[in-house]
Write a protein of this length. Structure first.
Length: 242
């Protein structure tokens, strides 16, 4: 079984405005609990129990959070490893921080994304392929769209201006250690960041990526309005085990 999870949680979350002024968005409370507790609890229920928490903004609060809530996690300060945000930033940076620490298959997610226990379990696949979670969406033009033939991923088109499909990138990946060998090949994107999707695209060129379709839900925690939306979601789904 895949047990390790790399969780990207270095950013502040400026779109959260005043809510993330003194702490990262991952620690903003929803129903009196930091959002990150829901992420970690679902991961634990899904059978993952070795966490690599890549932090940065107010890292001391992340360390306190892990201790106060009784989680076991290896905390890695991205800015200490790679330098300040102005130097290196992006969704591929957490992978750069753990490349010497992980030798097995692992899950990679962002700490502001929530998935159900069944969907997390569906990514627990031990083979020689890398996997990306995809979700059918009515407005794919707002996201990265996965181009695939069957379950084989051919590439990812970011916010396409023309319709290329409805299967969007849901931001959850299962990687083999081979992913680390591709990191030196990627360059800064147009927005000046190192993107995990560029790594996925390199692996896809070698026919080493498959897609797993999200069947339950994907909740993104990025704007102040998401606090109320998720509060209602958790209350409505209180009877669920995930």
């Amino acid at each position: 079984m895949v047990k390790k999870v790399v969780i990207a949680a270095a950013g502040q979350g400026t779109r959260m405005k005043h809510l993330s002024k003194n702490k990262s968005k991952h620690l903003i409370s929803v129903n009196k609990k930091p959002f990150l507790t829901y992420v970690l609890d679902n991961l634990l229920k899904a059978g993952y129990d070795q966490f690599f928490l890549v932090v940065g903004y107010h890292n001391e609060l992340m360390e306190k959070f892990v201790k106060d809530y009784g989680y076991t996690a290896k905390i890695i300060n991205q800015f200490e490893v790679l330098g300040p945000k102005e130097k290196m930033y992006g969704t591929a940076c957490p992978l750069m921080c753990v490349r010497d620490l992980i030798k097995e298959d692992f899950l990679y997610i962002c700490g502001d994304n929530l998935y159900s226990v069944p969907d997390l379990k569906s990514m627990n696949i031990e083979d020689d392929f890398n996997y990306i979670a995809g979700l059918e969406h009515k407005h794919p033009e707002k996201y990265g769209v996965i181009i695939s033939k069957g379950d084989n991923v051919c590439g990812i088109v970011e916010k396409p201006k023309k319709h290329v499909g409805n299967l969007i990138n849901a931001g959850m990946y299962k990687f083999t250690p081979e992913v680390f060998s591709k990191l030196p090949e990627i360059k800064k994107s147009e927005r000046g960041e190192y993107e995990v999707t560029d790594v996925v695209s390199l692996l896809a060129e070698e026919n080493k990526v498959k897609v797993v379709r999200i069947k339950d839900y994907w909740k993104d925690f990025g704007n102040p309005g998401d606090v109320l939306k998720l509060s209602k979601f958790f209350k409505q789904n209180a009877a669920r085990k995930d």
